[in-house]
Design a protein around this ligand. Structure first.
Ligand code: HEC
Ligand code: HEC
Length: 214
């Protein structure tokens, strides 16, 4: 709590003296929040936060993921929303234990981004290095940051994937990679055809290819 008050006071000070610097601080937080939200939360809550993530239909949940664009959440401030994300009763819930994965400071950025979901002018567009960007946004939760197959959800879902840095990936044709990304595979590899354009699927596939270093 002390640290938060301190950060706020500091941000306020910076903002008062250097308006552009203050602006950059605020944007940075949302960017971090967006990256984490798209990597970890959008799978269940959807990229728009409405609770229709690509994983939602796969998991037979007792309760669907919350619609985070609902007034119930949007009317909260960052601190209260953070507490909801952290303080969730996890004993019999599919909502993962985020404190183990994302440090509180970053979880606060995620909470800030969730509150920005209903403010369309605050959405941040992707950049040119699309394949890598897409991979980091949509695939790392299972495939891991470096594509080795050790993502946090791989452990939770108990699934195995090919290590994209290993020789095994060279056994799979481009066509097959594109098909798997487009149509999905097995129980937990989601189909991306309604989420990514065919251009974006090609971009992310070539990024996967680039991870193999002979
Ligand atoms: C594996 C699926 C899954 C992922 C990933 C996931 N959630 Fe959830 N979340 C759920 C489900 C299911 C619920 C509703 C559970 C219930 O109400 O029993 C929920 C509920 C919530 C709630 C409402 C809690 C409340 O008390 O009303 C918030 C806020 C939330 N999630 C935020 C997040 C954030 C932020 C992330 C990413 C860091 C995230 N969720 C990732 C499945 C998920
Ligand atoms: C919810 C977890 C999950 C997410 C998210 C996910 N995958 Fe997968 N993926 C899997 C699993 C599990 C397999 C293995 C499926 C099988 O062989 O039965 C797989 C397989 C694949 C394969 C085939 C080669 C292999 O590793 O077996 C490719 C290529 C692939 N995924 C690409 C992607 C891309 C690109 C994204 C993001 C746009 C993505 N995946 C997101 C779980 C996931």
């Amino acid at each position: 709590m002390f640290r938060y008050t301190y950060t706020l006071a500091l941000a306020g000070l910076v903002f008062a003296q250097f308006i552009y610097a203050g602006d950059a601080v605020a944007k940075e937080n949302l960017l971090v929040g967006k990256r984490l939200f798209n990597s970890y939360c959008s799978l269940c809550h959807g990229e728009d936060g409405q609770g229709k993530g690509v994983l939602t239909a796969k998991l037979k949940l007792e309760k669907p993921p919350a619609n985070l664009t609902d007034d119930k959440y949007q009317s909260q401030n960052v601190e209260d929303l953070l507490r909801l994300i952290q303080g969730y009763n996890r004993d019999n819930s599919t909502m993962p234990d985020w404190e183990q994965v994302i440090p509180e400071r970053n979880l606060r950025n995620v909470a800030a981004y969730v509150l920005a979901l209903t403010q369309t002018d605050m959405r941040i567009r992707g950049d040119a290095r699309r394949g890598r960007e897409i991979f980091r946004q949509s695939c790392v939760a299972c495939h891991g940051y470096k594509g080795t197959g050790n993502g946090v959800l791989a452990k939770i879902l108990k699934v195995k994937m090919i290590n994209y840095g290993s020789k095994s990936i060279t056994q799979i044709s481009d066509k097959e990679i594109i098909k798997t990304i487009t149509e999905g595979k097995g129980e937990f590899m989601p189909p991306w055809k309604s989420t990514l354009s065919s251009e974006e699927i090609k971009d992310v596939a070539s990024y996967i290819r680039s991870l193999f270093k002979p």
